[in-house]
Design a protein around this ligand. Structure first.
Ligand code: ADP
Ligand code: MG
Length: 669
């Protein structure tokens, strides 16, 4: 028996017990080695006339024996000689595959046009068909996470002897003469015994193995075959009666290819049909609807990678739950590294699904994570631009479908602006759609501005729970009457998003190109909309002044509900309206109140309401008359009614509806 060197023994222990977080990846590692062995043989056949193979025969086979509790991974690849078994499997962290890859790259670098004969195949650059996975020289030992013993039987190509390597992963290994009919390798893992809290049984089942092959090795380029059990219907013999006449089922076994092999993301978009993309999306991302968008990226440069992204047709039910996990599947050389790599997507594109594959990633030794997140960040930045660009063309080229997309995912985009405190607005703002009161359809902010009257310096919006009600609100109708459009917002996130944005785009002030100002985004309920002339403002201030005594009585009657009572500059038909002076709007307060847990959180944000009165309205004259006649009880009653009525017009229930109803009945008597 040969001994592992002491250090090696410690290293082996580390390898087996601390590198991997997930023991099921042993199958991924053994299959990756098998794929490398087959790749190497294929390469040999191209460079060595003595070796001729039929590419179609190259394959990997996975088998199991539930009784003997073994899992076997076999390949008909290049195989190993006795010396190679010793060197490759007896030296931890020695990777023959890595050397192979490095040599091919060196060959390629050395070659010039002069020294190349036609038909020469030396460097990897010629061999897009070779895609070696191994690199650290440790993957093989992961078999000891699930195996108490591992036996490797191998026969090198061109050799007529086979050798068996065997080890319990603790004190050493043995190499003995063995039998194998053809070149290639079998790795037989003898599963560990189950303990009270660990079971290894699932690795010796058809279902367990199929699942792991599909998850980690679905895109390995050679077929991974397995004997699977199927069942078929057997028709009853003709003329049979009773129970005999029923068809029965029988089971049988057949060898099936488990992996789908073709990494569709590596193919050029022009060479793949949309049907193929749709099929891939639906099977791999478990959706029953076609994707709304397919984005294919092939990046070449300091970091090469392929990506295939999808915007789903419909939001998954849990998109807005806190358990939702965003991320793209990350592959390196066709082998899955991470199922959901979060760093690849910003939160506001969390709904995007897809795959990123790069052979250039500096993987952590366990190949479960990356060593340098800088690489991920670089890819993420590029993908974000791609997604943004694609959504912008979606918006411009197919508006109807874009609106459907926006119904599903607009909320995520708006949240993105709000949560980034407006920082993401450069990326997202022009993707937003809002309902236009004037045009009665969804429009972008640019479309709003294109339609705005000359000299406009603001974008107006109103928030509430229904478009119909908003459209009839005095605050909205007065702005519309002045020729400005109003965006009618009914989603809880709208005001937060628009407030976080604050401004959008820019315009030249009075046609002066050197003096550019952004358009301010304003709630129609805000104090100063900038739509009144200085003259109108002055008049209203004077009217407020001269009615000070009346307004004092009203303000006291409202007992803190409104901070001010003033003559309005904006009303045409309605007698009164509530606006807010700084702080949050009435509607936003409603949203906050309706959030679960709001009551317990106590402290609602401050609000400064102003009751604005229309001094051209007959009600105003009635108020003045009552005050002049010394009937302040009436003035107080009117103040309450006007306040509650202004709330009702905004779709908000007064605090005391009964008092309101009684006051109105009193009036009618
Ligand atoms: P890596 O794959 O990163 O090189 P491993 O520990 O998985 O490291 O394997 C070590 C080496 O053993 C490989 O580089 C390869 O030379 C050899 N090897 C492993 N499995 C096989 C196999 N099925 N056929 C031929 N060689 C193999
Ligand atoms: Mg390996």
């Amino acid at each position: 028996m040969r001994k592992f060197k002491t250090e090696s023994q410690k290293l082996l222990d580390l390898m087996i017990n601390s590198i991997y977080t997930n023991r099921e990846i042993f199958l991924r590692e053994l299959i990756s080695n098998a794929s490398d062995a087959v790749d190497k043989l294929y390469f040999r056949s191209l460079t060595d006339d003595a070796v001729s193979i039929n590419r179609a025969d190259l394959a990997i086979t996975v088998g199991y024996d539930a009784e003997a509790r073994t899992v076997t991974v076999s390949d008909n690849g290049i195989g190993m000689t006795k010396d190679e078994l010793d060197k490759n499997l007896g030296t931890i962290a020695h990777s023959d595959s890595f050397e192979f890859k490095a040599e091919r790259a060196a060959d390629a670098a050395e070659r010039t046009d002069e020294n190349t004969e036609p038909g020469d195949v030396k460097g990897l650059s010629d061999l897009t068909d070779v895609d070696i996975i191994g690199q650290f020289g440790v993957g093989f030992y992961s078999a000891f996470m699930v195996g108490k013993k591992v036996r490797v039987v191998s026969r090198a190509i061109g050799s007529d002897e086979a050798w068996a390597w065997e080890s319990n992963g603790i004190d050493g290994y043995e190499i003995k003469a063995a039998e194998r009919a053809e070149h290639g390798t079998d790795v037989i893992v003898y599963l560990k015994d189950n303990t009270a809290d660990e079971s290894f049984d699932t690795f010796a089942t058809e279902a367990g193995l199929t699942q792991l092959i599909k998850r980690y090795s679905n895109y390995v380029r050679y077929p991974i075959q397995m004997e699977v059990t199927r069942s078929r219907k057997v028709e009853a013999p003709e003329g049979a009666e009773g129970d005999e006449a029923q068809p029965s089922w029988e089971t049988y076994t057949e060898v099936a290819t488990i992996n789908s092999m073709i990494p569709i993301w590596k193919r050029k978009k022009s060479e793949v049909s949309q049907e193929e993309y749709d099929e891939f999306y639906k099977t791999d991302f478990h959706d029953f609807e076609d994707p709304a968008r397919t984005i294919s990226v092939h990046a070449e440069g300091s970091l090469n990678y392929d990506a295939l992204l999808f915007v789903p047709g419909r939001a998954p039910w849990d998109l807005y739950s806190k358990d939702f996990k965003k991320g793209l599947a990350l592959y390196s050389s066709n082998v899955l590294i991470m199922e959901k790599c979060e760093e690849l997507l910003p939160d506001y594109f969390a709904f995007v699904r897809g795959v990123v594959d790069s052979a250039d990633l500096t993987l952590n030794i366990s190949r479960e994570t990356l060593q340098h997140n800088g690489q991920l960040r670089a890819i993420a930045r590029r993908l974000e631009k791609k997604i943004k660009g694609d959504l912008a063309s979606f918006r411009d080229d197919d508006r109807e479908s874009y609106e459907k997309f926006f119904e599903q995912f607009g909320r995520t985009l708006k949240f993105g602006i709000y949560q980034s405190y407006g920082m993401a607005k450069d990326t997202l703002a022009d993707l937003l759609l809002f309902y236009s009161a004037k045009q009665q359809k969804m429009i972008t902010l640019d479309e709003y501005l294109a339609d705005a009257p000359a000299g406009a310096d603001a974008i107006f919006y109103a928030v509430g729970d229904s478009r119909e009600r908003l459209a009839n609100m005095p605050l909205v109708t007065t702005v519309l009457a002045k020729g400005y459009d109003v965006l009618l917002c009914t989603e809880d996130v709208d005001e937060f998003c628009l407030m976080a944005m604050g401004t959008y785009g820019e315009h030249a002030v009075d046609g002066d190109e050197d003096n550019k100002q952004p358009y301010f985004i304003k709630n129609v309920g805000a104090e100063d909309l900038g739509l009144t002339t200085e003259e109108e403002k002055k008049q209203a201030e004077e009217a407020t002044e001269s009615n000070a005594a009346l307004f004092d009585v009203m303000r006291e009657a409202l007992d803190g509900r409104a901070e001010k009572v003033v003559v309005s500059t904006r009303l045409t038909d309605a007698p009164a309206v509530l606006t807010s002076e700084g702080g949050v709007s009435l509607q936003m307060l409603q949203v906050l109140k309706s959030q679960p847990g709001a009551a317990e959180m106590g402290g609602m944000p401050e609000m400064h309401l102003v009751l604005e009165l229309n001094d051209k309205h007959p009600v105003f004259a009635a108020l003045q008359a009552a005050h002049e006649a010394g009937d302040d009880d009436k003035v107080r009653a009117y103040a309450g009614i006007l306040f509650d009525q202004a709330l009702l017009v905004e779709g908000i229930m007064p605090d005391n509806p009964l008092a309101f109803a009684q006051a109105v009945s009193e009036l009618m008597k």
